[in-house]
Write a protein that binds this ligand. Structure first.
Ligand code: PLP
Length: 421
């Protein structure tokens, strides 16, 4: 329709770029999530809360690199820290003070972390946490949830993925404690871990009920399995992550995204009785390698960001602003009387084209996906960049002007598209 044809006519250079990229990368793509029909727009640069495309259009960046873009594009403290680190050499091949500083800060901030180890991505960190659970319990099964996302080889939406890591997964229903407890009972003697996002991120910003998480923790403990929080996205929702807000301390926590200051990052950590299996002092300790685990850009930018920019106070403030924004957006939907809502917590939210409570990906799947596609196209036409799946993330450089722009675009959408909604 009109929205699709405007997309084509506004982005001729991105189209050309896409065709060129297809010559060397399958589908012109190296991150599946960034592909879309008929072709994805090429980003040229970013500044503060804004991005500009190859075709010269400017957008408020509400995609925020799927939560990794918390600091925006040009936070001076991050840039200074990275530059200073670069001045001291790039690949040092040894322990540095930088990695100890970041590790110490993370252990101070996140209640479950007594010890932590770094990786290059959240995917890799989940792989390590699940492998640690298998090695310490001597069991093979991992309980995860339908619709969850724990990385490129841990996709549990739809029918899963043929290239998922070959763990023995058992799939539960998110926020449904009764059926999950049944699964735990059925598999108890083989269960190595329960892995859960305390709010589903990619699955649609669906918060877990506190009783659900508490029930999972009790069941894991009773079964002798580890309870693992994947806080790759949710760690930004409070100074000590959602675990602090919910007052639940998992055995292991997986981190990622913004914590590296915008550079590639992953980490897993938890109780020292578990993590000390990686202590090389100890006979029979587990190996854990990774050339870039302690790379100086991630370590320096991560430490500068968490210690001087995204302080506990800044975390609380950002998430309060996100909470206010989500309420404002929901008021717009309510006032227009359209079946549409924004779920989430704090600085993360996702639009769903339906009314009624959403507690699981199954609930979310009842919404109209064509309308969500139209929402995406209309919003980018209005200068608002967001995830195609309807996810919106608030970043630190955003102020009222950016929030007003988003709200105006949503108001326009609900009034113009009301007959379709
Ligand atoms: N876990 C969750 C909850 C995520 O949202 C993601 C990424 O979106 C990952 C793990 C994987 O992290 P990465 O993309 O750094 O491999």
């Amino acid at each position: 329709d009109d929205a699709a044809s405007r997309y084509l006519s506004k982005n001729p250079l991105s189209f050309e770029q896409h065709n060129r990229a297809r010559q060397s990368m399958p589908g012109g793509n190296t991150r599946t999530v960034l592909y879309c029909e008929p072709f994805p727009i090429t980003i040229a640069e970013g500044d503060g809360a804004y991005i500009r495309t190859l075709d010269g259009h400017e957008y408020v960046d509400f995609l925020g690199e799927y939560t990794a873009g918390l600091y925006g594009h040009s936070e001076p403290i991050i840039i200074d820290a990275a530059k200073k680190a670069l001045d001291g050499g790039i690949v040092l091949g040894g322990h540095t003070q930088l990695e100890q500083q970041l590790a110490e800060l993370l252990c101070d901030r996140f209640p479950s972390l007594e010890r932590v180890r770094f990786t290059n991505s959240g995917t890799e960190a989940n792989l390590m946490a699940m492998s640690l659970a298998r090695a310490t319990t001597g069991r093979n099964k991992i309980l995860v949830f339908h619709g969850a996302y724990h990385g490129g080889v841990f996709v549990f939406a739809g029918g899963g993925s043929p290239i998922n890591a070959p763990f023995e997964f058992v799939l539960g229903q998110y926020n449904d404690i009764e059926s999950t407890l049944e699964l735990v009972r059925e598999h108890a003697s083989d269960l190595a871990a329960i892995v859960v996002e305390p709010m589903m991120g990619a699955g649609g910003c669906i918060p877990a009920k506190a009783e659900f998480l508490q029930g999972l923790q009790d069941a894991a403990t009773d079964a002798g399995a580890l309870f693992i929080f994947d806080e790759v996205m949710t760690s930004r929702l409070a100074p000590g992550g959602l675990q602090e807000l919910l007052d639940i301390t998992p055995d292991l926590t997986v981190l990622g995204k913004y914590i590296g200051g915008g550079f590639s990052f992953g980490a897993f950590g938890g109780a020292s009785r578990l993590m000390d299996h990686f202590d090389p002092h100890k006979p029979g300790s587990f190996p854990h390698a990774g050339t870039f685990n302690n790379n100086i850009l991630t370590m320096s930018a991560g430490y500068a960001g968490m210690s001087r920019v995204f302080t506990s106070e800044a975390s609380r403030e950002l998430n309060q602003r996100g909470e206010n924004l989500r309420h404002r957006l929901n008021e717009i939907c309510k006032a227009a009387g359209v079946p549409m809502q924004f779920t989430g917590r704090g600085s993360m939210m996702t639009v769903h084209m339906r009314e009624g409570e959403i507690h699981s990906p199954k609930d979310a799947a009842q919404a109209n996906s064509d309308l969500r596609e139209l929402f995406f196209l209309d919003l980018i036409d209005a200068g608002v960049w967001l995830a195609r799946r309807g996810m919106i993330n608030v970043s630190l450089p955003m102020r009222d002007a950016e929030f007003d722009k988003l709200c105006a675009a949503v108001e326009e959408f609900v009034s113009v598209r009301k007959p379709l909604l």
